[in-house]
Design a binder for this molecule. Structure first.
Ligand SMILES: Nc1nc2c(c(=O)[nH]1)N[C@H]1C(S)=C(S)[C@@H](COP(=O)(O)OP(=O)(O)OC[C@H]3O[C@@H](n4cnc5c(=O)[nH]c(N)nc54)[C@H](O)[C@@H]3O)O[C@H]1N2
Ligand SMILES: Nc1nc2c(c(=O)[nH]1)N[C@H]1C(S)=C(S)[C@@H](COP(=O)(O)OP(=O)(O)OC[C@H]3O[C@@H](n4cnc5c(=O)[nH]c(N)nc54)[C@H](O)[C@@H]3O)O[C@H]1N2
Ligand code: SF4
Ligand SMILES: [Mo]
Length: 718
């Protein structure tokens, strides 16, 4: 029998609606759902690969235990009981902080894992809580907390209404948007141009997004903070700012004074952006009917990631573009994680309330920067990490100095990974606990509705029932949390998996009903799980609406334009400027940046044959003149060396890159042995994070600094 199943894709932030054609229980085909209220039929080549993930012969389905004679399949109860016993044993011997946690990126695409993983983490009571946040969007959340009073009150570009979209360090054509859930971004960017608006991309590489922009501006990696200061310099000098009753005038004055030092002329010298371009962009931005400045991974993961996000917010605020149509706006999702009084309100945030043991890096919202993980395992002394629980993460490939982390993981007393692949990280585990794959569980997008360019809601039932004996992420965490408590109180452990009445869906139902669209409240929608179950294409809740000061959660209900604590970072900003002034490129030294590809997703989709066809993507891109100076030809294997490591990789000569800059994608390096991902191993590539340095971070926020890593390039044979 022919049937259609509708669900939201969980692979990236775009949340595309999929229309899955089924016949007698098997999948015939995938299409973008034309009736989806959010994605309007958009789909990318990854969406249909949810099927290949489900069918992947390398996917682990039952718990695995590492023994002297290799991996052995064990029962859930034996695995979960032993894990609880070992974790409690280690915490009793060495203290709570001796067990660490790392949550990877797919956690935020999996509401069950999030809800029940958080409960598990809170019961574990460890300060050594790490996640992919600190190799990604930490600066966004930190500045939202410091300026607006809640870490999830992240300004989202109102792409569908803006007249001037200024993008720094983002390549939505490849990534499909980030902290801007935006399916079909190409069409939406084109629509800006069609309504005589403009979009401008600032990037050391003429990326796919930049190639279609009205203007692309090359910038030297890592210097964006100065470019932003120079934009503000022009705005203040030419009196292009607008009053805002929610900010303090003293703050505005202080910022104006700081920007005086950063004239376009001075900044041009270190950023390589021409003086006139800086002046023109600032003026056009301020004069546009509406405008929004947005900076993503390329500017978050750099030495001044926090300062960049601060200045981006300041530019939007002082030009009158925050919280207004066509500017940077805030969402109102059906499950509200931000609003006071919401049953699902999450921690508004905290900063530097404690520090990491070895390097004293600041805590952010109960997490420590993952750049500190390896040293916290390797450095002897009280408070050392002895055991690690990872979930949905592959930090050996995704965090700076993967080689060091790999050594650290091998030295742990005990490690557990909740993951369905035996990969570069999970191979170090004592136990691998495999959850079901996406098509086997239900889905509500808790996180990406908070970051979406339009308010919508949808819920999906599973396409397939879990295979016999399989557990969902949330069931694993739910059992483990209980088992941990029973072990602590010396009680006997149950002989079967512990079931609970509470499910992710029941939690969401309550939140939907009591949320902003529940109970026919002032928005006249009777939001509930039932409504969403009956709305397979989702429910449209309308465009983003202005929401300040109601949804401004600072204590004084003001925008903190200049958070006091950021003042501490200004001397570093000034010193670094002097360093850049002295910086001169040596002909073999380059600044390394990353890149993403539409057919890839961080480290974990390289085992899907259909996505791996075509030319190898794991290359180092280099400008033709630089290649010629070094005598390098296309496809030639070159040696790239940084302060922490060395890799060998083929060169791809292209004038997409600015001179002196090279680019390598992250997530490759499946050549380390001991894994079981046959396709990925065949297309192994090498890992950029064997070059990035765990000591190179944004010292203020603790976020990793991947943009602008200094590397040397040599021919393999001279
Ligand atoms: N296909 C695909 N989609 C993905 C992912 C994926 O791996 N593949 N990953 C997902 C995840 S986890 C995330 S966080 C998002 C990220 O989404 P995006 O932020 O859009 O990420 P990128 O595509 O890496 O784009 C970053 C851009 O920053 C530029 N850049 C690098 N250094 C600098 C710098 O110093 N200054 C400036 N101005 N630009 C710089 C790079 O050249 C690149 O074009 O994508 C998500 N979507
Ligand atoms: N140099 C450099 N490094 C980077 C970046 C960069 O731009 N440059 N980008 C950074 C960014 S933005 C991010 S977000 C990180 C990502 O870093 P990570 O999250 O550590 O790495 P991923 O590659 O996303 O690994 C995801 C893992 O989760 C598993 N998985 C997938 N779905 C599920 C699920 O539903 N449940 C469970 N339990 N497991 C699942 C996969 O098998 C895989 O092992 O990488 C960062 N690293
Ligand atoms: S753009 Fe993202 S959400 Fe849409 S189909 Fe592709 S991977 Fe899935
Ligand atoms: Mo990310």
């Amino acid at each position: 029998m022919h049937q259609f199943h509708y669900r939201s894709c969980t692979l990236c932030e775009a949340m595309c609606g999929l229309q899955i054609e089924m016949s007698d229980g098997s999948i015939l085909g995938f299409k973008g759902d034309p009736e989806d209220k959010f994605s309007r039929g958009h789909i990318c080549p990854k969406g249909p690969e949810l099927k290949s993930l489900y069918l992947d012969p390398d996917r682990i389905k039952l718990p695995q235990k590492r023994t002297e004679s290799g991996w052995e399949t064990v029962s859930w109860v034996d695995a979960l009981s032993d894990i609880a016993t070992q974790l409690v044993g280690i915490q009793t011997k060495y203290g709570n902080d001796s067990v660490a946690i790392y949550n990877g990126n797919p956690t935020v695409h999996n509401y069950g894992s999030m809800l029940f993983g958080q409960r598990f983490a809170s019961r574990l009571k460890t300060k050594n809580n790490f996640s992919a946040t600190s190799v990604d969007q930490l600066p966004h959340q930190l500045l939202s907390y410091l300026m607006f009073g809640h870490q999830l009150l992240v300004p989202i570009p109102d792409i569908d209404h803006t007249d001037f979209f200024l993008i720094l360090g983002g390549n939505p054509f490849a990534s499909n948007g980030s902290l801007m859930s935006v399916p079909d971004v190409k069409k939406r960017l084109k629509a800006i141009q069609d309504r005589n608006g403009k979009y401008v991309v600032v990037d050391p590489r003429k990326s796919e997004t930049a190639s279609h922009a009205n203007e692309h501006i090359f910038i030297k990696p890592g210097t964006d903070a100065y470019f932003l200061l120079a934009l503000l310099h022009v705005l203040f000098a030419n009196k292009l700012t607008k009053p805002n009753s929610l900010i303090r005038n003293e703050d505005l004055q202080t910022i104006e004074n700081i920007t005086k030092d950063y004239s376009p002329e001075r900044v041009s010298k270190i950023t390589a952006v021409p003086t006139e371009t800086i002046q023109k962009i600032a003026t056009e931005f301020a004069n546009a009917e509406s405008g929004v400045c947005y900076g993503r991974v390329g500017v978050s993961t750099q030495e001044f990631g926090a300062v960049c996000q601060w200045l981006i917010n300041v530019i939007n605020i002082v030009t009158g573009n925050l919280d207004r149509k066509g500017g940077a706006m805030f969402t109102l999702p059906a499950v509200d994680l931000v609003g006071e009084g919401s049953v699902m309100r999450s921690n508004p945030g905290s900063f530097n309330t404690y520090q990491s043991r070895v390097r004293k890096l600041p805590e952010f919202s109960d997490e420590l920067p993952v750049a500190a993980l390896a040293e916290e395992i390797l450095t002897e002394g009280e408070g050392k990490i002895h055991a690690l629980v990872t979930s949905a993460g592959n930090p050996v490939l995704s965090t700076p100095n993967g080689t060091k982390l790999e050594k650290a993981l091998a030295s742990l007393d005990f490690m557990v990974c909740v993951d369905f692949y035996l990969n570069e990280t999970t191979k170090h585990a004592n136990y691998i606990l495999p959850p079901t794959s996406a098509l086997e569980h239900d889905h509500y997008d808790l996180i990406f509705n908070v970051f979406a360019v339009r308010n919508t809601a949808r819920y999906n039932t599973p396409l397939f029932p879990p295979e016999s004996g399989m557990l969902h992420d949330w069931e694993i965490f739910s059992d483990l949390t209980k088992r941990l408590e029973l072990t602590r109180s010396g009680k006997e452990l149950p002989k079967e998996v512990i079931k609970t009445k509470l499910t992710p869906a029941s939690i969401i139902d309550h939140a939907l009903k009591s949320g902003p669209y529940g109970n026919k409240g002032k928005r006249n929608v009777d939001m509930s799980l039932e409504l969403l179950k009956n709305s397979p294409h989702g429910v449209d809740l309308g465009p983003l609406q202005p929401s300040f000061p109601e949804r401004l959660y600072t204590e004084d209900k003001k925008i903190h334009l200049f958070p006091e604590i950021l003042k501490e970072d200004l001397p570093r900003l000034k010193n670094k400027f002097s360093e850049w002034e002295k910086f001169s490129s040596d002909k073999s030294q380059f600044l390394l940046i990353g890149r993403r590809h539409l057919r890839s997703n961080n480290s974990w989709m390289h085992n899907l044959p259909k996505l791996m066809t075509g030319k190898s993507r794991c290359t180092i891109m280099i400008h033709p003149e630089d290649a010629s100076t070094l005598g390098i030809s296309n496809d030639e294997e070159v040696i790239v060396e940084s302060s922490v490591g060395k890799i060998q990789i083929p060169a791809e000569i292209t004038d997409e890159l600015m001179k002196g800059v090279v680019s390598i994608p992250h997530g490759f390096g499946h050549n380390r042995g001991g894994t079981n991902q046959k396709v990925a191993t065949e297309f192994s590539g090498v890992s950029i994070n064997d070059l990035t340095d765990d000591q190179s971070i944004d010292e203020f926020s603790g976020n990793a600094a991947f943009s602008g890593v200094k590397v040397f390039i040599k021919k393999q044979k001279v």
